[in-house]
Design a protein around this ligand. Structure first.
Ligand SMILES: Nc1nc2c(c(=O)[nH]1)N[C@H]1C(S)=C(S)[C@@H](COP(=O)(O)O)O[C@H]1N2
Ligand SMILES: [Mo]
Length: 251
């Protein structure tokens, strides 16, 4: 157990080092290396770092990037709203951010690019039994939350997508605020140094490092801050969760 812990801790410190290199404003974040440094030798804090709420997903090198990032699920949303945006090269795209926030916003990709942008190479694991490593570039969700100001009553972030799985049943997902504020949680607009391709969720998708593929909502239309997801879809927190999948899909 001790060996495993020190191994995991080394992995965390290593991942934090990569983040320092790859990301613009990690030092301002409570997750930065200062916190890791102070935690050295302090059992309780180290314990907290090893808990699922604060661990880092492994980051990879350029050489590990999969030659093809296999698309899965929806690969071309057929809804008129999406088709209209696509026809105009997503120039009119705005991410709507609302619900329990102080300043609801409609953010263009350009505006998102002016917030805290970060690049990471992480592995995507689908329950169907395939994995792919991709290089994602995107805005930290924590920066978007700070931009709009989260109401203290909010507990979850719900991601509403453009694609419908059945008539009037759009894909959706949700995560709690701890996962939302994790430094590896991004709203990604680029994959492997190119604008996010349509099959992989253009123009914007969620990337969370530590959970399975179905949590990584593509084709983001709207982000809603809520205190409960009881009234959304069938109330289980996501399209696949409504079909019986686990809400917390840790890898
Ligand atoms: N909007 C939307 N997001 C989605 C899906 C989907 O069908 N629609 N499929 C999910 C599943 S099961 C996986 S494995 C990944 C696939 O991402 P990819 O197409 O980039 O490989 O997206 C997830 N996010
Ligand atoms: Mo998946």
């Amino acid at each position: 157990m001790t060996d495993r812990r020190s191994f995991v801790r080394m992995a965390i410190v290593g991942a934090a080092g990569i983040l320092v290199a790859a990301c613009d404003r990690i030092s301002q974040s409570a997750w930065g290396p200062n916190v890791l440094g102070k935690a050295e030798g302090l059992n309780r804090r180290v314990q907290a770092l090893l808990s699922p709420s604060s661990s880092m997903a492994r980051e990879y090198g350029e050489a590990d990037i999969s030659p093809v990032f296999h698309p899965n699920g929806t690969t071309m949303p057929g809804t008129p709203a999406y088709q209209a945006l696509l026809a105009n090269g997503f120039r009119d795209y705005r991410l709507q951010v609302d619900g329990l926030v102080r300043r609801p916003a409609r953010l263009s990709i350009d505006e998102l690019q002016r917030l805290d942008v970060c690049t990471q190479i992480t592995r995507h694991d689908c329950v169907e039994g395939w994995s792919a490593i991709g290089k994602w570039r995107g805005t930290r969700l924590s920066a978007v939350l700070d931009h709009v100001g989260v109401d203290p009553r909010a507990r979850f972030v719900v991601f509403h997508c453009f694609d419908e799985m059945e008539q009037d049943t759009p894909y959706y997902e949700s995560i709690d605020l701890t996962e939302a504020r994790h430094p590896q949680t991004l709203l990604a607009f680029a994959l492997n140094d190119k604008p996010l391709p349509v099959p992989n969720g253009a123009p914007l998708r969620l990337r969370i490092g530590r959970q399975l593929g179905y949590k990584q909502a593509k084709y983001l239309a709207r982000i809603e801050l809520v205190s409960s997801f009881e009234d959304i879809g069938d109330g289980q927190g996501g399209y696949w969760e409504d079909q019986g999948y686990e809400w917390y899909a840790g890898i």
